[in-house]
Design a protein around this ligand. Structure first.
Ligand code: DGT
Ligand code: MG
Length: 241
């Protein structure tokens, strides 16, 4: 991929149905390597923005640019594929751990997959599986814990080596120790890449270059953690709860 991870939204309006706009006049700019976080109540539009960064949908109005190329209205699957996604639900298929990691980049060598697993903090648990990297996973991944599935998703994204990432932080019940492993893997994955993070815990967005506070389809506040705290607005309210 030739992309640097620069992403810009200019006056973007979007609705899943054209008669019901759910994002209003979204403007944002991510420099290569920056970490952008989205917070806000349920239904605010956080996932919808990341759907648009992925170009899953056409926008009604405005511009979305990757490296100054406006891709807002034309679908470019080649550009879209260059973004890495780590979703809450990791889609695993029946096959070995190695093949499930390799899915991020089909021509990756075993060495590249292992390197990615190490970066993702997944190598240690994989080594402890009955057949290590050759362990066969069930299609639904039910022979792994939720935390382990997330570590594999991080490894899969790492092997793809994309310039930009979308991370949807898990809300659900993984234990504190596993959660610490997952955040360590995610931090390593984000290093040097533009990252868009949907955070459910405000503690994980503290170090973001820019936090977008969303409400009813609009970005109502933006800034670093310290700036938003000083503003004493919505973020401050969320934070001091
Ligand atoms: P969350 O995940 O509950 O914290 O909420 P957000 O902030 O991710 O909200 P989002 O982007 O899923 O939803 C924003 C609005 O768009 C909300 O009114 C529901 C609507 N919406 C979301 N996904 C779809 C979809 O696939 N189809 C339609 N028609 N509407 C959708
Ligand atoms: Mg969501």
């Amino acid at each position: 991929s030739e992309l640097t991870g620069e992403v810009e939204f200019e006056n973007v309006d979007f609705g899943y149905n054209p008669d019901k706009i759910v994002l209003h006049d979204i403007n944002m700019y991510a420099k290569p390597g920056q970490k952008i976080a989205f917070v806000g109540s349920t239904g605010a539009g956080k996932t919808t923005i990341t759907n648009l960064i992925n170009r899953f949908y056409d926008i009604q109005d405005g511009k979305i640019r990757y490296d100054n190329i406006n891709i807002g209205k034309i679908r470019k699957p080649d550009l879209r594929r260059s973004l890495g996604i780590v979703l809450q639900d990791t889609h695993l298929f029946t096959g070995t751990v190695m093949d499930n990691i390799r899915y991020g980049k089909l021509d990756a060598t075993d060495e590249e997959c292992i390197k990615a697993a190490k970066l993702a903090n997944a190598h240690d648990f994989i080594k402890r599986l009955p057949d290590g990297y050759n362990t066969v996973l069930t299609g639904d991944g039910s022979n792994l814990s939720q935390g382990q599935r997330q570590l594999l998703a991080i490894a899969r994204a790492a092997v793809a080596d994309p310039p930009a990432l979308i991370l949807d932080e898990a809300t659900s019940s993984i234990d504190t120790r596993t959660e610490a492993m997952v955040s360590k893997g995610m931090d390593a994955l984000m290093e040097g890449r533009t990252s868009f993070v949907i955070a459910h815990r405000l503690s994980t967005v503290k170090d973001a270059d820019c936090i977008m506070v969303m409400e009813q389809g609009r970005i109502i506040e933006r800034g670093t953690h310290d700036q938003l705290i000083d503003m004493k607005g919505r973020y401050y309210q969320l934070y001091t709860g």
